[in-house]
Design a binder for this molecule. Structure first.
Ligand code: ARG
Length: 462
């Protein structure tokens, strides 16, 4: 079968160059959406008085049949030489019903067809990614709940900073994941405009009721400008960005868990089922799945930057460069789905080593609480910081921490320290002293946990 545009040319296309331009190998993933768009387009043509009801009925039943075969018969695509999925569907249609099939493309361009297909595809597939994000949030909430009142150190600059509840740590990652979910929802909003009616670039000269067609296909609006619509892939870029940033969050979660499950930290233990061994060193329990979760962020970021680079020099309207959108989009989707699945399993099976985590949350990382103690007794924060800094210098020199100080030693630093100082300077007292709703105060964390659980229940529950 010659290409859809062969009439204009004296000779057949060069085989290799044609193969270079073919997208069927990957855009067949849009097959179902292409048929959906074509079914609606046939109805719109009838309403515009361009297509007879009889032709439309023949087109509809043939397209339905094509859809069933394409979805369920593995051999359907075998040996297809078509340039892209749009050409394939049209060829199958013409093979079945002849001339009526040749009328379907009236007033329509593949430029708008590929756009509507991609938009329908995202509307169909993004909710599955959102559900996978919600499953990870549920697993994080579950670990937060199971951790109870266990403590661990929080880090800044990867140096022990202040004690926090282990639950606070899990909910921190859940907060980032919830933003990923919202970002994917925004992508759906951006994809939610009907491009059909734009023609190749200037609009169509047939009386297509675009408002009706938008409703028929589940879009809430029609694009504003046909020239813009032909080359607008902002919704693809936004999707790639949402995927890349979600992968960055997953990578940071993975990095935390790689560190905290290692010998040097030991706050958590990886389940055997999600760890790997070494072919050489019998003692090794490696976090390969987490390392891959971390590593996959690179390719997701690459898809975003690569596609933005492909877009940046394009003149307004359609250019074939835009065909590069699909492999980036599909791989970003597959990568995110796979990464979310692995990360969720690792989190769900993580065991807490409460003693090690608690032990690491005591010690000099209570210095800020000592300064706050002096501030409560009228010392300016800067002065208090200086006094405690001096005390810390001494403790470091002597290899001790606050818990070992006698009252006399406290008072050498400041006579504002009272006998109650020891009770104030513990990891538990530190977290209980927090006052703000986003803090690690136990009441605040409990409230956030309830909020996250309610969110999970409202987003598919698990
Ligand atoms: N396969 C093409 C793409 O992915 C479909 C649109 C082709 N349009 C064109 N004028 N060649 O963008």
């Amino acid at each position: 079968m010659p290409p859809l545009w062969s009439g204009r040319f004296d000779v057949d296309p060069d085989k290799d160059v044609f193969a270079f331009g073919k997208s069927l190998g990957f855009d067949r993933r849009l097959f179902e959406d292409d048929v959906t768009g074509s079914l609606a387009w046939a109805e719109a043509l009838v309403r515009a008085g361009v297509l007879s009801a009889a032709d439309a009925a023949a087109i509809a039943s043939a397209l339905e049949e094509i859809r069933e075969q394409g979805l369920w018969e593995p051999a359907f695509f075998d040996g297809a030489e078509d340039e892209d999925v749009h050409a394939l569907v049209e060829r199958k249609l013409v093979e079945r019903i002849g001339d009526a099939g040749r009328r379907l493309h009236t007033g329509r361009s593949r430029n708008e067809q590929v756009s509507v297909d991609l938009r329908l595809y995202l509307k169909r597939r993004v909710p599955a990614l959102q559900a996978a994000v919600a499953r990870l949030v549920a697993a994080l909430a579950d670990r937060a709940e199971a951790a109870g009142d266990a403590l661990m150190p929080a880090y800044t600059h990867l140096r022990r900073a202040q004690p926090v509840l282990v639950a606070h740590f899990f909910l921190a990652h859940a907060a980032a994941c919830r933003r990923d979910h919202a970002r994917l929802a925004a992508v759906l909003g951006e994809a939610d405009e009907l491009p059909l009616g734009s023609g190749a670039v200037a609009g169509t000269s047939y009386a297509i009721d675009t408002a009706w067609l938008a409703r028929r296909l589940g879009f809430s609006a029609v694009v504003a400008n046909s020239m813009d619509a032909a080359g607008d892939r902002d919704f693809v870029s936004s999707f790639l960005h949402a995927c890349a940033l979600a992968q960055v969050h997953l990578s940071r979660l993975a990095e935390d868990l790689i560190l905290y499950t290692g010998e040097e930290f030991g706050y958590f233990e990886l389940a055997d089922a999600v760890a790997t061994g070494s072919s050489l060193m019998p003692q090794k329990k490696n976090p390969d799945p987490l390392e891959l979760v971390r590593g996959k962020a690179g390719r997701a970021i690459g898809h975003l930057t690569g596609f933005l680079a492909a877009m940046k020099g394009l003149p307004i309207g359609y250019s074939k460069d835009l065909q590069e959108d699909k492999e980036a989009l599909f791989d970003a989707e597959d990568t995110l789905a796979g990464t979310l699945g692995a990360a969720t399993t690792v989190v769900a099976t993580l065991a807490l080593n409460a003693e090690a985590a608690a032990a690491a949350s005591a010690g000099l990382l209570l210095a800020t609480d000592v300064a706050d103690y002096l501030v409560a007794r009228g010392v300016s924060f800067r002065r208090a910081h200086e006094i405690v800094g001096g005390l810390v210098r001494r403790l470091v020199r002597e290899g001790r921490d606050f818990a070992s100080l006698s009252l006399d030693e406290w008072r050498e630093a400041s006579d504002l320290f009272d006998a109650n100082i020891a009770a104030h300077i513990t990891p538990r007292a530190s977290i209980e002293a927090r006052r703000t709703p986003q803090s690690t105060a136990p009441d605040a964390v409990r409230a956030k946990l309830e909020d996250v659980k309610a969110w999970v229940a409202a987003h598919g529950g698990v």
